[in-house]
Write a protein that binds this ligand. Structure first.
Ligand SMILES: [Zn+2]
Length: 552
């Protein structure tokens, strides 16, 4: 595969082997694809952000490639730095607001030429560094405008932060900064938990992100970092009037240590625990982003991120999540514009109980709302947000969201005789759908034929029919395949994760304005692609049981 990739970049961009370095080569099994990652090199210096990835299938065909070289100007030469490495680190420290007290005691220890990969120099006795050392290399950075800037590449770990920064060797500007820090903590109802009635809050670390993420829960790829509930995937804030300008609304503050640990007194009105609620909302938006990423809702598929780095798709569309929203009650909603435009999630308070309850504390509601964004972006392609507007399509939009919520709640201890409700906490135990999700047709009698007696304008009930069918699919798969407690794994060899894979893949395969029949066909096709007929019977049995079999 590496030779195929080398030939490809030679023909496509005229890059010889000295024009790039090979960063990674690995193979995924399902589907069988080789991934080759190259980084451009000019005059012996790497271009730190000119990364190319080339994907090669089992028959040695190039099936896709991401991004182009940062520059194709062969005549570009490195220049003699104006700034010494120590001065660059001093500039960086000022930029990070942790100034170096004694720059005069820093020793520059060169152990190689400033060439190629890895650090070439270590600065010793840097007083803000946790161990005194700061590795420094040199590389080019390609700016958004396509210019190449020659920079010192500096890895600096202090008590507050751990960053990989790039400082202009001529002018001393901090051109880019990536935060490697991941010590944030949140007191939330974490993944696997659902709400205050069913679970206890826990103090959890931010999940380590999957390899390849350049931005984090609290930073953008361009180096912008946040100490509140904002990052590359979501901006979460409280909007009590329902009309606030989201940028300037109040947010929980984690301070420099990113500690989001706030009191939650449920005997008080929700406004008294706004910080705890928004922290939960922020955490869940990130968790949902990260998990669905591994199921294929990524940059090219139109996911919600401010920076997409070099991974394709349109950025600029992290979720704007306005919690404790005063625009309504007893509901929540999610508006999905096309890729590149920010979606908006609104979580309302529920008036069934006194004091009122807050949907921000119930993960199945957050997942349901985020799920609308996923089904809308995946059906008909990222640029088309109008495929699930009304009728059967609109109803299935509700159904996919319910199904995602149910799957996220499932534990190894659940069995096929369990009934699942949505909105159990905010509705004080009642749930918000006409029937619970159950494979018992006495408990939930819905079938495809039920659509005849449901109004076209009742998407939630149409959706309950659709998700009832998907619930059958879920348990059919678990009859033969084991349960996978790690939802991130996206494994086709486990029942619950295969159910999610089939549904997400089906969303990508189905046509715009799908019907129950065309959406079913897409799931059948997804099974063929993912498990090659091994689970075909389980899939068809689920549809047939609820009247959507082959003759429907
Ligand atoms: Zn909905």
């Amino acid at each position: 595969p590496l030779e195929i990739a080398r030939e490809f970049v030679l023909n496509k961009f005229g890059l010889q082997s000295e024009d790039y370095v090979v960063r990674d080569v690995y193979q995924t099994q399902v589907p069988p694809v080789h991934h080759v990652y190259l980084r451009q090199r000019i005059s012996g210096l790497e271009v730190a952000n000119a990364n190319m990835n080339i994907n090669i299938d089992g028959e040695n065909r190039i099936i896709s490639f991401g991004s182009a070289p940062g520059s194709q100007r062969p005549q570009l030469y490195r220049r003699e730095p104006v700034l010494a490495p120590t001065d660059a680190v001093v500039r960086l420290a000022q930029f990070m607001r942790t100034p170096i007290q004694n720059p005069d005691q820093i020793v520059e220890l060169m152990f190689e030429n400033l060439d190629g990969e890895g650090p070439a120099m270590v600065l010793q006795d840097v007083d803000i560094s946790t161990d005194g050392d700061v590795p420094v290399g040199m590389s080019f950075i390609a700016t958004d405008g396509g210019e190449l800037v020659q920079t010192y590449s500096i890895v600096l770990q202090t008590d507050q932060a751990w960053v990989h920064a790039f400082v202009d060797t001529q002018g001393g500007n901090v051109v880019a900064l990536n935060s490697w820090t991941a010590h944030a903590q949140y007191r939330v109802f974490p993944l696997g938990a659902n709400d205050p009635e069913a679970d206890q809050r826990q103090l959890v670390d931010s999940q380590s992100l999957a390899p390849g993420f350049s931005a984090t829960w609290h930073s953008m790829a361009n180096g912008t970092t946040f100490t509140d509930t904002q990052g590359n995937n979501v901006h979460a804030q409280a909007d009590p009037t329902g009309r606030g300008d989201w940028l300037n609304l109040p947010r929980p503050q984690g301070n420099k240590d990113l500690q989001f640990d706030f009191p939650l007194d449920l005997t008080q009105a929700p406004s008294a625990y706004s910080d705890a609620a928004i922290t939960n909302l922020f955490y869940w938006n990130n968790i949902i982003h990260d998990i669905f990423y591994s199921y294929g809702f990524n940059e090219v598929a139109g996911n919600f991120q401010t920076s997409n780095g070099d991974k394709g798709g349109r950025g600029g569309d992290a979720v704007v999540a306005n919690g404790q929203n005063g625009a309504g009650t007893n509901n929540a909603d999610f508006a999905t514009p096309p890729d590149g435009i920010r979606p908006r999630m609104r979580m309302y308070l529920w008036t069934v109980t006194n004091p009122q309850r807050d949907g921000d504390l119930e993960s199945d509601i957050i997942i349901h709302e985020y799920g609308h964004g996923i089904s809308n972006r995946l059906t008909g392609g990222p640029a088309n947000a109008n495929c699930l507007g009304w009728g059967e399509s609109g109803g299935m939009g509700e159904g996919w969201s319910d199904f995602f919520s149910v799957v996220f709640r499932m534990k190894a201890t659940h069995t096929a005789s369990d009934n699942m409700l949505l909105g159990e906490y905010v509705m004080a135990g009642r749930g918000i759908r006409r029937y619970p999700y159950s494979i018992n047709q006495g408990t939930n009698p819905f079938s495809y034929a039920s659509l005849n007696s449901i109004s076209t304008y009742d998407p939630h009930t149409i959706g309950t029919v659709w998700a009832s069918i998907l619930y059958e699919l879920y348990w059919n798969l678990l009859e033969t395949l084991p349960f996978q407690p790690d939802l991130y794994s996206a494994s086709p060899n486990h029942g619950n994760t295969l159910a999610l894979l089939l549904v997400v893949t089906g969303l990508k395969l189905q046509p715009c304005r799908p019907t129950f029949v065309t959406a079913r066909n897409a799931i059948v096709q997804a099974e063929e692609l993912l498990t090659h007929g091994q689970n075909k019977c389980a899939v068809w049995r689920a549809f047939a049981k609820r009247g959507l079999g082959i003759d429907a």
